[in-house]
Design a protein around this ligand. Structure first.
Ligand SMILES: *Cc1c(COP(=O)(O)O)cnc(C)c1O
Length: 499
């Protein structure tokens, strides 16, 4: 007979908890220092030497666990580093991180009130306050595992509104459906089209202006064209903060077009939703209150730890009407101890759901409305500083968008070897579309990763636009000196490039 195993954490584990938390604290101190490395890039062959990934017959002891945790932290990308500008998420807010530890400790699922009483009420309050920010009196919402899934929620509701019978019959017997978004929208709209059986071929990507914003009149004519050929437009996805350029579609104009054609408007504000907190900048989201639904990722520009994404809608009961299947084993309607309408799980397309709300709520509670506003306003100020520096003093740097809407700043660095291309003034390299310029950003990126002291992404843009670098300012601890550092560093990495 197997020996009985104590289920109580033994003393060893108590010490291990202290040790691992000590490790985490040291890690955060070390990698918040600008002198440490952002990344110590290793190829798989080297990583395989550093960590034995295979699980053996016998387990490992506490000492090994500590050392494995240490290795995993030090060999991962240090997204908390002040010079990490690579993605639209980064340094996790420390209060939010504590929230992540605490909610992981309670290890529960937010599907019924019974299983998650505190988190259920917390979610409800957070959605009320998000609605207040947007300007909706009623509505509903759900935390989801990311902006892509939040966008899917919006599109699912849109189809349900248009064709309630699709819940039961699927797409069979329905007219051909189409989705509309801009050429700069997030690729999750395309993925939703696959998931929903609408098909990639039935997503119309509307042209953008030079600032990367959807052209509302183009949307109008594409919608009219679809309708006249018997296609039913199910939803328009406007983007408030596109992933690359950070552009905000003209929401009021897009809402006018949607009203005219009676189409559901979903606003993907995964990035731009944070502006709702800023009295100074929220004007650029004007019209968002006219949308039917919205995505917002607090794990992006707000610094909540991954994953933390909200889907919100002004349609009060529609999430449940669209998604519920009333699994009897979980969502009993004859619960004696509380009102079963408190159970949020059946509104979701998942079963179990993490208490992601706690990461956001705890940091929001700590900062207050004004703290989050300050955070956003500071990043926007730094964006201006960075952009002004490029425009006024850095002739080798060229902005793709002269007046960016958010804190993404996309630019080309033009090394001396391309001086034949670089006529003075704000040359539009979208038109130049140089094969040679296209090669510059990948070289800078490779040198950057090898050096390891900062990280920034590069990307091409639709229409053969040459690769550009994308600066993202979302860390409220960033300084003007950091902005100067970034420009100096790119110059240092790129000046001797020969293409
Ligand atoms: C990042 C992003 C998403 C997807 O969010 P995930 O949480 O990564 O799934 C959706 N829309 C926009 C505009 C984004 O930038």
């Amino acid at each position: 007979m197997a020996a009985e195993r104590s289920l109580k954490p033994d003393e060893n584990h108590e010490k291990l908890f202290d040790d691992v938390f000590g490790l985490i604290k040291n890690y955060l101190v070390k990698y918040h220092e600008r002198t440490s490395k952002v990344i110590d890039f290793k190829l798989p062959s080297e990583l395989n030497k550093q960590i034995d990934f295979r699980v053996g017959d016998n387990g490992v002891d506490a000492k090994d666990i500590l050392s494995l945790c240490d290795k995993v932290l030090s060999l991962s990308v240090h997204t908390c580093h002040p010079h990490f500008y690579n993605t639209l998420f980064g340094d996790a807010d420390e209060i939010g991180l504590l929230g992540a530890f605490v909610s992981a400790t309670s290890n529960t699922n937010v599907f019924t009130y019974e299983m998650a009483p505190v988190y259920t009420l917390m979610e409800s309050q957070v959605f009320t306050q998000i609605r207040e920010l947007v300007g909706w009196d009623v509505g509903d919402g759900i935390f989801s595992p990311g902006g892509s899934i939040s966008n899917l929620y919006g599109l699912l509701l849109a189809r349900f509104k248009q064709f309630p019978e699709s819940r039961n019959a699927g797409n069979y017997g329905l007219p051909k459906m189409a989705l509309f978004c801009s050429k700069q929208s997030h690729y999750s709209v395309l993925k939703s089209a696959i998931v929903m059986g609408i098909g990639l071929g039935n997503v119309t990507q509307i042209k953008c202006d030079l600032n990367g914003r959807m052209i509302a009149s183009e949307l109008d004519s594409e919608l009219a064209k679809a309708v006249s050929s018997g296609i039913v437009p199910v939803a328009v996805v406007a983007t408030a903060g596109t992933t690359v350029l950070g552009s905000i579609d003209p929401l009021d104009q897009v809402a006018d077009v949607c009203e005219k054609h009676k189409v559901w408007l979903h606003v993907d504000a995964a990035v731009g939703g944070a502006l709702l907190f800023s009295r100074k900048h929220r004007q650029s989201l004007a019209g968002i209150e006219r949308a039917d639904s919205m995505t917002w990722n607090p794990h992006k520009s707000m610094g909540a730890p991954l994953q933390c994404s909200c889907f919100v809608t002004k349609h009060q009961h529609m999430l449940a009407e669209c998604n519920s299947t009333e699994a009897g084993y979980l969502f009993q309607k004859d619960k004696k101890s509380y009102d079963s309408s408190l159970d949020t799980g059946d509104k979701s397309i998942q079963c179990g759901r993490l208490a992601d709300v706690f990461k956001l709520w705890l940091m929001w509670k700590h900062e207050g409305m004004l703290g989050l506003e300050k955070r956003i306003d500071w990043c926007m100020d730094l964006r201006d500083y960075f952009k002004d520096k490029i425009q006024a003093r850095r002739p080798r740097f060229r902005l793709l968008v002269q007046e960016p809407d958010l804190t993404n700043v996309c630019f080309w660095y033009v090394p001396p070897c391309l001086d034949d291309l670089a006529v003075p003034g704000p040359t539009d390299f979208r038109i130049v579309s140089s094969e040679r310029l296209n090669k510059v950003a990948p070289i800078i990126k490779a040198r950057m990763v090898a050096k390891g002291n900062m990280m920034m992404a590069y990307q091409p843009l639709p229409g053969g636009v040459p690769n550009c670098l994308r600066m993202v300012i979302i860390n409220p601890m960033s300084t003007k000196k950091d902005m100067d550092f970034v420009l100096d560093e790119i110059e240092a990495l790129g000046h001797d490039i020969a293409v």
